[in-house]
Write a protein that binds this ligand. Sequence first.
Ligand code: URA
Ligand code: ZN
Length: 390
Amino acid sequence: MATHRLLVDVHTHVYLPRYASFLRSRTSAPRIFSRQTTASNGSVTSEERLLILDNEPSGGRPVGPQYWDREEKLKFMDKHGIDVSIVSSANPWLDFLPAPTAHKLAEELNEDLESFCSTSPTLAQLQFKRLYGFGLLPLVPSASTSSLLSTIDQINKLPHLKGIIMGTKGVGKGLDDEALEPVWEALAKTGLVVFLHPHYGVDGSAWGEKENGHVLPLALGFPFETTTAITRLILSGVFDRHPALRILLAHSGGTLPLLSSRLASCIAHDPIVASRLKHDARHYLGDLYFDAVAYGSEELGFVSDTIGRAASFEGTQRGSQSLGLEAKRKIGSGRMLFGTDHPFFPPLSESEKWMSVVENLEAIERVDGWTDVEKDAVRGGNAVQLFGLS
Ligand code: URA
Ligand code: ZN
């Protein structure tokens, strides 16, 4: 099997057994708790539910082995033809813990994830495993720089961990906090891929009073949170100082691609902010990686166009180079990677294929203007390269 034809899932989560047990021991969110339900015939069944936010509607969501059992992950992969998964812990990671607990648990979970991956099956005919992982840093308020750096060092030495997953809070003040400068420096040096993923959404008062379940926070709040976090990071000049940083944005970068010209215009009207940056804001999209978890081919095409356009902004001005649509799509698709968000968004019946997989694969297949080579790259070739799998 050629590596450029692999299907690699870069957005797929797990609550490792140690983390799930820890959540079961808690009495406030985030927690896993058991709930008994009585059917109309009087039989009582117990189900586990996951509550990750205090104000989550309807007592959280049902959870089961899909969330922690490696065999379930492999079964899901087999069912959908996924060859390799780069597995990450699911939100809210360690965000809610005191610094010493977060540090200890991060290092234990990183070891757990290493063995979760290193003992996974080897892919037939190739030298690599079916599972690799993103580790965790103890990114919590009052985390010491030395604890963050020592965990980066730990992850860098674990051969099956290829990056870290990170939320948007940093050590309490967001990702543009000067306290994180040594962290970005170390991450750029190691080449570990930073998977930036939302958890908090945006202020819930924006959602009004109607009962819309998880729809608004997940469909809009999550991507807005990612958009704000990455925009603040761009404005802080991190990419000028650490061009080697490799950041992968969840959910195709939220709304950053759509808003990047507006962002550039707002910066141009603010000389203080403008003077901090070496480039037009649109340039930085070309430094980033985007998962292809957008569920629609038009959106994927649009994201690849805006990433590809980044090459036209060499400095703070639009360069004379004006790339054609084909060239932009080629550059942009080279930075996009298939993902599923498993085990979230499960189908309603066990036997069905998962909509999140089917729709995201169909979206890739149908992007106007992506060649078969580019589609293969998004499905797996880009991931093989980015994570150095071959
Ligand atoms: N819901 C979550 O809480 N996390 C995800 O990654 C996706 C859906
Ligand atoms: Zn996710």
